[in-house]
Design a protein. Sequence first.
Length: 158
Amino acid sequence: MKYLIVFSSLHGTTEKAAHHICEYFKNDVELVDLYNEAPLRELEIYDVIIIGVSIHLSSIQRQVKQFLKTNLDILLTKKVGLFLCCMNEGELAKEQFNKAFPSELREHSIANGLFGGELLFSQMNFLEQQIIQKVKGISSDITNLNENSIKAFATKFL
């Protein structure tokens, strides 16, 4: 099996989750950060495609939106996994997940994961820090990345 994990990571949390998923695969895995790398063209060579996003200022990154839009037809022919890193929990996290991914892709996917998230205050720019401080009332790093959710997600592909 050949795996592709596509994600966009502004502050590193989604990348961290993608690397944790890789730990469970013994097969050929390629990681692509759409925020820093050119979009992929040859998705046909992969058996499994996993897509990870994060919520940043109430939305997912435009690079992932474009990837999903451009490649939806081929993604619907593959084994697909979808995951979201966000600080919200429960129904709000589910709503954000549903907003992040097209319904037909969510229904087609083998695994959907809500992994929790991190607010890495130390890695935010000044404007982000001000918004987070005003909205969330925090001024230091917080993490609630859920290793058990990541493991449960990854094992669905083994």
